[in-house]
Design a protein around this ligand. Structure first.
Ligand code: NAD
Length: 438
């Protein structure tokens, strides 16, 4: 099938590349000319395991190309996927400007009937609005389908190719069937495709993210209570997670959730609820617990070193909002770095892949280190904010040698308390008793 994907970011690129990989003829369209130029050279503008290989293989096979020419992109396709950003406004409501711009562009250029699939995360009713908006302008009929994306950055290709489920929200059975067929190759392992009302699909995406975010804020709040009571949250986590009704996923205490989805989608759902006259106090709490949690490491640092951090140096390991991505949007590490700099400290940061994005954000306000141990040189302490695998079993002796003093603030509970005790680190983690060598 001839497809166009509008927006070649995390979602659009993965969608386009994976659909080309099953034999479709795909064009990726974006207004960012620099991004399109690099994609045309076979370079992937984001770090996402396995994605570069799929882009290159399908570009070589002639099934995947990229353009900034909207007319060409619209004319090419029977089905157009929209995967542009829907970032939060000041008040938490989602900004649909890019989505509306794209809808107008599509409507102005349609040369025959099209199916438009919204992959961006959007509030209930957006599909209805867009369908009306486009059909008012367009010379040919446009049917709008909602097909929310559940991929996780870091495992996005795998998630797209082997989804837990596919959700298709459509009012038109023929359009639903067309999108179902496109997804058939990805559910051969008997995973379900749910066809539902468009508004239900829109709501499903927000509800899924809100549920996962709620689990994280829940365990973080339990961790903070444990912290105050001298209880080890890890013992509690094991105790509750082994209950089949609860499970272990998204039940790891840490420095708060980040990324471009959970924070924005929880706030958007609160906003949607308020507009509908529904009090969303549980969701408001999920958000505010997380806002506080992102400050937890900084508070532990000031409790140890005092409010004035002038003359102090801190090493940071991990700045991406989670492992295996270079995405630093809403990352807890960014909040921590801001606070440390405001308090007068020097920051030496390491991340396996996200330093380029961090440098774009902070410029020469901190130093950047490609080798993890180099970031430790002369630092008063190390703060671990992202649980990259390579931080799990480091060379502790080397760390001792490089740090000015062996102090670790661990926002991801990577090390056992007994290991830290044995290796004579002063160690502060989340919801577990602190370790202080004699
Ligand atoms: N990132 C994720 O893990 C994820 C997962 C599921 C759903 N989503 C949702 O998918 C949507 C996209 O997220 P993302 O992270 O891929 O965003 P992104 O910021 O990585 O990519 C968006 C792309 O759209 C392009 N764009 C913006 N305006 C455009 C226009 N008018 N015409 C053409 N291109 C335009 C941008 O240049 C950019 O390349 C959001 O609604 C998000 O909530 C994201």
């Amino acid at each position: 099938m001839r497809l166009t994907v509008v927006g070649t970011g995390y979602v659009g690129l993965v969608t386009g590349a994976c659909l080309a990989d099953t034999g479709n003829d795909v064009i990726g369209y974006d207004i960012n000319a620099e991004k399109v130029a690099s994609l045309c050279r076979g370079e992937c503008p984001i770090y996402e395991p396995g994605l570069t290989e799929i882009i290159q293989a399908n570009s070589r096979a002639g099934r995947l190309s990229f353009t900034t020419d909207v007319r060409k992109a619209v004319h090419h396709a029977e089905v157009i996927f929209i995967a542009v950003g829907t970032p939060p406004r000041e008040d938490g409501s989602p900004d649909l400007t890019a989505l509306h711009d794209v809808a107008d562009e599509i409507a102005d250029h349609v040369n025959d009937p099209k199916i438009v699939v919204i992959k961006s995360t959007v509030p209930v009713g957006t599909g209805d609005d867009l369908e009306q908006r486009m059909n008012r302008r367009a010379r040919h009929r446009i049917r709008v389908v909602n097909n929310p994306e559940f991929l996780k950055e870091g495992t996005a290709v795998d998630d797209f190719q082997k989804p837990d489920r596919v959700v298709i929200g459509a009012e038109d059975p023929e359009a639903a069937e067309c999108i179902r067929e496109l997804h058939e190759p990805f559910v051969r392992n008997q995973r379900p495709i749910f066809v539902m009302h468009r508004a239900a699909a829109e709501m499903t995406k927000y509800a899924a993210n809100a549920c996962l975010a709620a689990r994280i804020s829940f365990i973080n709040q339990i961790a903070n209570i444990c912290d105050a009571m001298g209880v080890d949250v890890n013992e509690v986590r094991v105790g509750i997670g082994s209950d089949a009704r609860i499970g272990f996923q998204f039940l790891y205490p840490g420095a708060g959730y980040g990324g471009s989805c959970f924070p924005k989608d929880v706030q958007a759902l609160v906003h949607v609820a308020q507009r509908a006259g529904v009090q969303a106090d549980l969701l408001e709490a999920v958000h505010s617990v997380n806002q506080r949690q992102r400050e937890v490491l900084f508070h532990k640092i000031t409790s140890r070193f005092g409010e004035d951090l002038a003359g102090r140096t801190f090493a940071i390991w991990g700045v991406a909002f989670k492992p295996k991505t270079d995405d630093i949007r809403e990352a807890p590490a960014v909040v921590l770095i801001e606070r440390l700099l405001e308090a007068g400290a020097k920051v030496q940061a390491h991340d396996p892949v996200a330093l380029t994005n961090l440098r774009r954000r902070f410029g020469d306000r901190l130093s950047y280190h490609n080798v993890a141990y180099d970031a430790l040189n002369g630092a008063d302490a190390l703060a671990i904010v992202t649980e990259w695998n390579e931080f799990r079993s480091p060379n502790f002796d080397e760390m001792q040698r490089r740090l000015k003093q062996p102090v670790i603030f661990d926002g991801r509970n990577l090390y056992s308390l007994s290991t830290m005790q044995r290796r004579k680190f002063e160690y502060f983690s989340i919801g577990r008793p602190s370790v202080r060598p004699e």
